[in-house]
Design a protein around this ligand. Structure first.
Ligand SMILES: [Ca+2]
Ligand SMILES: [Ca+2]
Length: 345
């Protein structure tokens, strides 16, 4: 609010109060959750996509909700919801049941109010299930058939997973398959990167992100009690130890809030970097002790926040990344953008 007076000498041309008002009368939220069966047991193979349209205005919200695009799902869906009338302070939910295989979803939508105003929205949501390792994988840089129970392809058809700088030439240039599992002691991750040119010899550990390398960050916080900056974040790749000429697999701690340092020789961390044909495979065993910030058990049917990213350099600097969840590339290092993974036994 501002009081404005316009005058010249004794003449007053304007003397009044100007009120600037900005109100978004409608908000849209998108979430993915496992579907509950009739006994209230979560079915992790069936995902519910819940779109909540909230009326924040003091008067009823009337109009049409239009979904213009949903990236990341293959299910047919209804995209036009006409004659909606949402009471003040209330919300209208659209629920879609999707098959599994969902990881990132991006939705563009609009609410067309009956008075002619249109409000546009872009929302993202994620869904991931990390299955229990009934048999421990071997950390050998080879991903055998059936070795991992949870897998996701991070490729060019996904609007969120590939961030490329020109000249990016598609899936053979850079894309990835991420595999993961958990058990009572460890988290297991294998990132297979399809990369036409290997360029991974970093002169020092902290610069590995500029070369072909792998990064991940995690926090076990099912109660959501930690700050968004509290996590463990690491960089894994090939770096040349000081005073030598040969690059070797190296782990560099970027953010470390855990009970035990992952790069301590006795932490229990194991990692392998392997090159097979046009693929580079990063396979790691990460003890929960190097992620947990306090002594506690990691339990099934809880959530775990995780993000992984692989960097591509083909000789001219960092040119592409593939990511699973967000929060590393943008440099924000906030757990709010991580994947919320359901730990399932
Ligand atoms: Ca293996
Ligand atoms: Ca490369």
């Amino acid at each position: 609010m501002a009081h404005i007076t316009v005058s010249a000498g004794d003449n007053i041309y304007l003397d009044g109060t100007l009120v600037f008002e900005h109100k978004v009368p409608v908000t849209v939220n998108v979430n993915c959750t496992p579907t509950l069966d009739e006994n209230g047991i979560a079915d992790y193979e069936k995902v519910s996509l819940v779109i909540s349209i909230q009326n924040n205005a003091p008067i009823p919200l009337e109009g049409t909700f239009l979904i213009t695009n949903i990236y990341g799902i293959s299910t047919e869906y209804k995209n036009k919801f006409e004659n909606l009338s949402i009471k003040p302070g209330e919300e209208y939910n659209i629920v879609m049941t999707l098959s599994s295989g969902i990881s990132h979803i991006k939705m563009d939508s609009a609410f067309l109010l009956n008075d002619g105003i249109s409000v546009d929205f872009t929302n993202t949501a994620s869904y991931a299930v990390c299955y229990y390792a009934n048999e421990k994988p071997s950390i050998d840089g080879i991903i055998s058939d059936g070795e991992y129970r949870s897998k996701v392809y991070l490729g060019t058809d996904d609007v969120i997973s590939v961030l490329a700088v020109d000249p990016y030439q598609g899936a053979d240039d850079y894309s990835a398959n991420l595999s993961y599992m958990w058990d009572d002691e460890n988290l297991y991750i294998a990132m297979e990167c399809i990369d036409n040119t290997l360029y991974n010899k970093s002169p020092q550990a902290s610069a590995m992100w500029r070369y072909d390398s792998f990064q991940f960050a995690a926090v076990y916080d099912p109660e959501e009690k930690y700050e968004s900056s509290e996590m463990v974040s690491v960089l894994y790749g090939m770096a040349v130890p000081y005073g030598t000429n040969e690059a070797k697999p190296t782990i560099d701690m970027v953010v470390d809030k855990a009970l035990k340092k992952m790069n301590d020789p006795d932490s229990g961390f194991e990692g392998t970097i392997n090159r097979i044909g046009n693929s580079t495979i990063y396979e790691v065993k990460v003890p929960w002790q190097t992620i947990l910030m306090e002594e506690r058990e990691v339990l099934p049917n809880t959530t775990f926040k995780f993000t992984a990213l692989a960097n591509d350099n083909d000789g001219g600097g960092r040119k592409a990344v593939v990511q699973f969840g967000e929060g590393i590339y943008g440099g924000s290092k906030t757990t709010e953008e991580f994947m919320k993974m359901y730990l399932v036994k």
